[in-house]
Design a protein around this ligand. Structure first.
Ligand code: 5RP
Length: 265
């Protein structure tokens, strides 16, 4: 692997081989998402606990101090909206010059395997990989399901993750599934990070699935709403970080969460 590619990946994936990415890109198709109306404010208390941010160039330029030391992953697919016809009909929306100009450590884009726009999104992934590999910039493929949340099961996720890796993604983001998640990880030759999805009923559910996903081979998470939409974002991200980087089990994570919440840690 070339030095530049290795260097960028090592800014994202830590020495222990694990990673906690904090996405705040949801506005690119949802508009001012709850708790993300002012992304710069949302991340102030929590970004120090993340290994990298994930966001669009618009939020980067307008809300993030350029002196920030945190690496970031730039979302470069979009041009759809939640009120539009089909979320899967994404295009590449950022040029390679802009990606380099804004010093992204990696880029990400969604692929919609099995959708009407499967070919378009997969061809876009290949195109992006070609452009980014030239400059040593890793591409993270986001295996998206749009509004079809029921697609979050092992057979589909394994298929989508593998295809994304075959087309050249250096990291793949998929959802977690309770049954056979190891099949998703084992069938994918590049590191996998787990998305959080919509807010869970309890915080413990998040600790449980992050822990189980890591046990089954994921290297970490790309997890947003179940951090910054919760009542206690700092407690939440610290507990998740402890699972990923310090080997906490879900009970230990919950204990830490409660201590941070109570101002005791
Ligand atoms: C949104 C994304 C998000 O980065 C991804 O879904 C993770 O965020 P969350 O944990 O809130 O689901 O790709 O388009």
């Amino acid at each position: 692997m070339d030095w530049g590619m290795q260097n960028r990946l090592s800014r994202l994936i830590q020495k222990d081989g694990k990673a906690l990415f904090l996405p705040i890109d949801h506005g690119y198709f949802q508009g001012p998402t709850h708790c993300l109306e002012k992304p710069g404010e949302t991340i102030k208390p929590i970004y120090q606990y993340a290994d990298a941010l994930m966001l669009t160039r618009g939020i980067l330029r307008n809300c993030i101090n350029p002196a920030v030391e945190k690496p970031y992953i730039m979302r470069v697919s979009g041009a759809v909206s939640v009120v539009g016809e089909d979320l899967a009909n994404e295009s590449l929306v950022t040029s390679i010059q802009e990606i380099i100009r804004l010093n992204a450590s990696a880029v990400s884009m969604s692929v919609f395997v099995g959708s009407k726009y499967e070919n378009k999104s997969l061809a876009n992934l290949s195109k992006l990989v070609d452009q980014c590999e030239t400059y040593g910039i890793p591409v993270m493929a986001v295996c998206a399901v749009g509004k079809e949340l029921e697609k979050r099961e092992a057979r589909y996720l394994a298929l989508a993750a593998r295809i994304a890796a075959e087309l050249g993604a250096r990291v793949v983001k998929t959802y977690y599934c309770k049954e056979h998640f190891e099949k998703v990880v084992n069938g994918c030759p590049v590191p996998i990070v787990i998305a959080g999805g919509p807010r869970t009923e309890t915080q413990r559910e998040v600790f449980d699935f992050v822990y189980d996903g890591i046990q089954k081979g994921a290297i970490g998470v790309n997890l947003g709403r179940n951090i910054w939409q919760t009542e206690h974002p700092v407690a939440s991200i610290r507990a998740i970080r402890a699972i990923i980087h310090e080997g906490y089990n879900p009970q230990e994570a919950e204990d830490l969460y409660n201590q941070v919440k109570a101002g005791k840690a």
